[in-house]
Design a protein around this ligand. Structure first.
Ligand code: ADP
Length: 262
């Protein structure tokens, strides 16, 4: 009966999860999935019970990066999906439900909405999760809005590169999360620099970082800076997050530090 309807009042908690964190980026290719997967693995290493939900419906890369491509999703008698487990992490992704890796997802809005809603509320995570990491698609589209309106998300982490273009998208991202009333926990800057293995010299390949400034301007934090390291990509292709494969690398240490802040 009130004149104004609050689009957020029907939000529900995701069952059996203590803390839900969305990992977002303004644009593709900045390393959002890499960060989501490594934060999941870092939290697992810290002893937490962790789930990873790949909500990048049109470009799921979670199964590859976590080495879960051959894992099977099963279901309970009441049709709740049971996620498989890899590296001690429960994983759900549309990529695990498609007949093959190159099958495209060609869905209109309502189908996407239904699938996402199933992913959020109809998964049996088993023992209660300490953290559910949700890997969002890039940008500010349908999935983000649906998520904001239907689920209680405890915080969002925004991934960017130091480049100006990527940072413009970060600003848009922060404003979108403010609009859908999801607290922004901070920004992770990826591909921040490269340390030459021969000389030990540090190169800021994408230019000088302005991320700290942007974080301040938008009242949020820079959670960490992840260097470019060939091992990050190599191990991602092998299905092992670098924090598990190469603990002593600079990128691993940087991921662990970010995870401690979550
Ligand atoms: P997004 O999810 O934003 O589209 P991805 O996580 O898929 O981006 O990363 C894009 C590519 O860059 C992948 O091949 C990934 O392995 C690589 N990559 C991401 N972060 C790093 C890094 N810090 N060092 C080296 N390669 C990286």
């Amino acid at each position: 009966p009130t004149a104004q309807q609050n689009p957020f009042e029907s939000r529900r908690r995701i069952p059996k999860v203590k803390k839900v964190i969305a990992v977002a980026s303004g644009k593709g290719g900045v390393g959002k999935s890499t960060v989501a997967v490594n934060l999941s693995a870092a939290l697992r290493k810290m002893g937490y019970n962790v789930g990873y939900l790949d909500a990048d419906m049109y470009g799921p890369s979670g199964p590859t990066m976590l080495g879960a491509k051959d894992k099977q999703v099963t279901a309970t008698p009441d049709n709740k999906l049971i996620p498989p487990e890899v590296h001690g992490i429960k994983i759900m992704s549309i990529g695990l439900l498609l007949p093959s890796e190159d099958t495209p997802v060609i869905w209109r809005g309502p189908v996407l909405f239904k699938a996402l809603s199933q992913f959020l509320f109809d998964i049996n995570w088993g023992e209660e999760l300490d953290f559910l990491i949700i890997d969002l698609p890039p940008g500010t589209g349908d999935v983000q809005i649906t998520l904001g309106q239907t689920a209680e998300i405890d915080g969002a982490v925004i991934v960017t590169t130091p480049q100006d273009v990527a940072l413009i998208d970060v600003k848009k991202g922060i404003q979108m999360f403010n609009e859908v009333q999801i607290p922004v926990l901070g920004i992770v800057e990826n591909m921040s620099y490269f340390v030459c293995p021969d000389s030990g010299k540090k190169y800021e390949i994408f230019g000088k970082s302005k991320t700290e400034e942007v974080a301040k301007q938008y009242n949020t934090e820079l959670l960490g800076r992840i260097p470019i390291e060939p091992k990050v990509a190599e191990f991602a292709d092998l299905g092992i997050p670098v924090v598990l494969a190469k603990e002593d690398s600079e990128s691993s240490k940087a991921f662990m530090k970010v995870a401690e802040e979550l």
